[in-house]
Design a protein around this ligand. Structure first.
Ligand code: FAD
Length: 475
């Protein structure tokens, strides 16, 4: 019977669960992607018409269409409300079922329920599959059958449960003969959808399945050094695959399989990061209250500071703390921020400026190419000490010592804060300590060429310790 595969955050052919199941069942199989106005119009309403993610998706969708055409199929691409478009298209094509890979975010779940119900009215099935995680939210539980809220025991249980079956690829191409050519139509352009081009083509971020291959091949050559290099933002340490995992241009099974098979400290540490990804998915699934409040509700008692000017300075990389500013500028210029810097920058906003983590979370959500509700919320609550397995509230990152430790030569700072480039590696971490003569020699006067610190770390630390003491049991 005819089937329709609906692509969402899984923009690839190989090892694609829903596509495999549709093709296996016979044919013909049509494929569709919808640029969903329920999501896009929210960005446009906020004036965000230049969005690297929309451009990344657009390029990846075009590549997916070409790859499907080469196999005798093709992608139907539409722009509109998926809730209405998918049931309408399914009816027009006369399919027996729509197949999709599961998406666990609350908004996506509501959308899928609406699509399911609309399809059911016409007697059309809606079948969903596990694809974007190794283990779904209720597959790894404590011995008592409860969800985990601490990472290490979760990871141990995850590893214990893992068998070669969980990492096995779906052999999609074997059954590609069942693909059906799509009805005539073109892919709407970015401009058609109201979006402007971004600087994505100038970044070292290749898009689509081929881009993920290129990045993963490169990373495999250095994976053995991952554990040693991963904390130093100036080094090419991490994989830079997060945006590809976000949009499914690469399969999580492939990444986990290769890391698992390789073994060694680098690959094992990296596999652990992939497990963090599953961990935060299940945290959000079991604790949807984290979207609006603290994972540990007692931390909702913490009083946060409202200071729009300081928040803007943080967003724009003008705090006067070079590593924080370099991190924020990397985010603004590229849509990426190194993991160590996400921790430093989130800690600075919440602990040095005392600003609510939800404001930072929202800023990251708008800026990050790899924005993922579960990981972003988890990361922010970890840094703010309000989350599961979070950093203890009394351990507060010092932005200067973090800088001395993880960007010792100031190489990363120099890249994103060129006005500081001439300070030596001693001064660059806290340039306000440079004498007027040193500032003159460096061609950078603090307070005019680069901001003086907007907050005193020692005083901010004391204020934060006091603010957290209101939490029952924390003092
Ligand atoms: P690598 O080091 O190569 O890691 C490989 C993959 O493992 C990543 O692509 C990612 O999928 C996963 N991963 C690594 N660390 C984590 C983690 N702590 N939690 C969940 N998954 C992880 N990651 C996102 O994918 N989206 C986000 O929106 C996001 N927001 C964050 C916000 C804060 C405040 C913090 C502290 C972390 C956040 N992270 C987020 C986690 C992490 O910083 C990024 O996944 C990582 O920097 C992406 O770069 P990479 O692909 O080069 O990472």
């Amino acid at each position: 019977a005819p089937r329709l595969v609906w692509f969402r955050r899984d923009l690839r052919i190989d090892d694609h669960a829903a596509l495999y199941h549709a093709l296996r069942a016979g044919g013909p199989v049509w494929c569709v992607f919808v640029f969903d106005t329920d999501i896009l119009n929210e960005l446009l309403a906020e004036g965000l018409s230049a969005d690297r993610r929309v451009e990344f998706i657009h390029a990846s969708v075009s590549e997916l269409d070409a790859a499907l055409r080469a196999l005798g199929g093709g992608l139907i691409v539409r722009h509109g409300r998926a809730r209405g478009l998918i049931p309408r298209l399914a009816r027009q094509l006369g399919v027996a079922a729509v197949l999709a890979n599961r998406d666990y975010e609350p908004g996506a779940l509501a959308r899928d329920r609406a699509v399911h119900d609309a399809l059911a009215q016409d007697g059309i099935g809606f079948d969903t599959f596990k694809d974007q995680v190794i283990f779904e939210c209720d597959e790894v539980l404590t011995q008592g059958g409860k969800p985990f809220s601490v990472f290490t025991p979760y990871k141990n249980a995850w590893l214990k449960k893992l068998t070669p079956f969980h990492l096995k690829a779906y052999p999609v191409r074997t059954y590609a003969g069942a693909l059906a050519a799509p009805p005539a139509g073109t892919i709407p352009s970015l401009a058609d959808m109201g979006f402007a081009p971004t600087n994505l083509p100038t970044l070292k971020l290749p898009t689509g399945m081929s881009g993920a291959d290129t990045l993963f091949d490169g990373f495999c050559d250095r994976i053995d050094r991952y554990k040693v290099l991963r904390d130093f933002p100036a080094a090419k340490g991490p994989s830079y695959l997060s945006v590809h995992l976000r949009f499914g241009t690469v399969s999580i099974r492939r990444l986990a399989r290769e890391a698992h098979a390789r073994g060694g400290a680098g690959a094992e540490t990296w596999l652990s990061e992939l497990i963090w990804r599953d961990f935060y998915f299940q945290i959000l699934w079991h604790n949807p209250h984290v979207l609006t409040g603290s994972f540990r509700p007692e931390y909702d008692a913490v009083h946060w500071v409202d200071d729009d000017e300081k928040f803007r300075a943080w967003c724009e990389g003008r705090t006067g703390y070079p590593l924080v500013d370099a991190a924020q500028r990397q985010l603004a210029q590229t849509g990426y921020m190194h993991n160590r810097l996400r921790m430093v920058s989130a800690s600075f906003l919440t602990k040095d400026l005392g600003i609510h983590w939800r404001r930072g979370e929202h800023w990251f959500a708008r800026q990050l190419n790899d924005f993922d509700l579960a990981a972003n919320n988890g990361g922010w609550q970890w840094a703010a000490s309000t989350g599961c397995d979070a950093q203890p509230w009394f351990r507060i990152f010092n932005p200067v010592t973090q800088s001395e430790k993880f960007d010792a030569d100031g190489q990363f700072i120099r890249r994103y804060c060129p006005e500081l480039a001439k300070f030596d590696k001693k001064r660059i971490h806290a340039p306000w300590l440079a004498t007027p003569l040193e500032q003159k020699m460096a061609g950078c006067v603090i307070g005019s060429d680069y901001p003086a610190p907007i907050v005193d770390h020692a005083a901010a630390r004391e204020a934060t310790l006091a603010r957290f003491k209101v939490v029952k049991g924390a003092a």
